[in-house]
Write a protein that binds this ligand. Sequence first.
Ligand code: SF4
Ligand code: SF4
Length: 375
Amino acid sequence: MIYKEYGRTGKMVSSLGFGIARMPMLLDAEGKAVGVDDEKAIPMVHKAFELGVNIVDTGHWYMNGFSEAFTGRALKGWRDKVFISTKNGAEEGTYDCWMKWLERSLTELQTDYIDFYLFWGLSLEQWQTQINKPGGLIDAMRKAKDEGVVKHISFSTHDSAQNISALADEGFFESVLMQYNLLDRANEETIRHCSEKGLGVSIMGPVGGGRLGEPSKVIQQMLGGKSMSTAEIALRFVLANPYVNVAFSGMDSMESILENCATASVQGPLTPEELRKVDESFGEIKNLAALYCTGCNYCMPCPQGLNIAKIFDIMNYHRVYGLTEHAKAEYANLLKPDSQNKPASACVECGECERKCPQKIEVMRQLKETHDTLA
Ligand code: SF4
Ligand code: SF4
């Protein structure tokens, strides 16, 4: 296993972290999750620890509210060897509520300290209005740290890259958890910025939230058809970023644990030459995707409520990236009766969008093709 220094926290963390978010669950007769299948799940987590993983990321609400409590059970006998990263959603935005959720985290995790405690899904706006003010949540976090209950103050975020950098500039945080993968490199610059500011940088969704878990010939051929799975290429890509310290993978099977641990120890990051090839190929792929639709949204609104760019984006997972199963799963969401977005089949061919599209895209024909391919 490769270990890296987690920013100025000084902790040495495994470059692969275990995201406790997709463990096998126990289901009731209606298919509702009623708990974690400890018999299957605990040996999986222990195997990762035995292979060198020394940090887990959890959060009370993951896995239908069972994640932290499961993590507490899985850490029995391992607590002094493994770092815990978990989160406080501060849903009510009050000091008392925040403290209550901290108590809940400690109880569920069966521990008296948390290594990395994160403001969950923090935005710059929330920081400015709710947290960084007298009597705000900043005081709650400071108190917890002064008492040794929290070792390092952190945040997870889905805010814009610019706002994440602004949060890092506040000088309050010791580490950050954000999105980054082969398909979404928007945070590349802020990852570097946060690292240079001394924050430990951890990544969620290194295999694109499972999107890169399925085989894609397109992505595999980027490295000349070497015998590597798409997930392996995706993880090695994230690990090759010198400013990334930990990639948290939500591993859901023994196979994925063995594969990811091997990737993070034996294969290691993509080499500079491999990275150059991936960069080049993605440049070409992006140009190809733009031929189908640039996502400019000039064609909107559609009188039938279709989100045309989103539908083409889903189609591109299939025709450009070769991630067909993911594209089908995403499209199936549009077909659900309660979906906010309409599927391609709702188009009545009024032609309004085509008149507005600067790329002269044959929207109606492409929508039909999308539905026929993915429905
Ligand atoms: S042609 Fe179809 S997609 Fe385009 S505006 Fe009309 S209904 Fe919407
Ligand atoms: S106007 Fe054309 S290129 Fe822009 S989002 Fe609509 S279909 Fe895509």
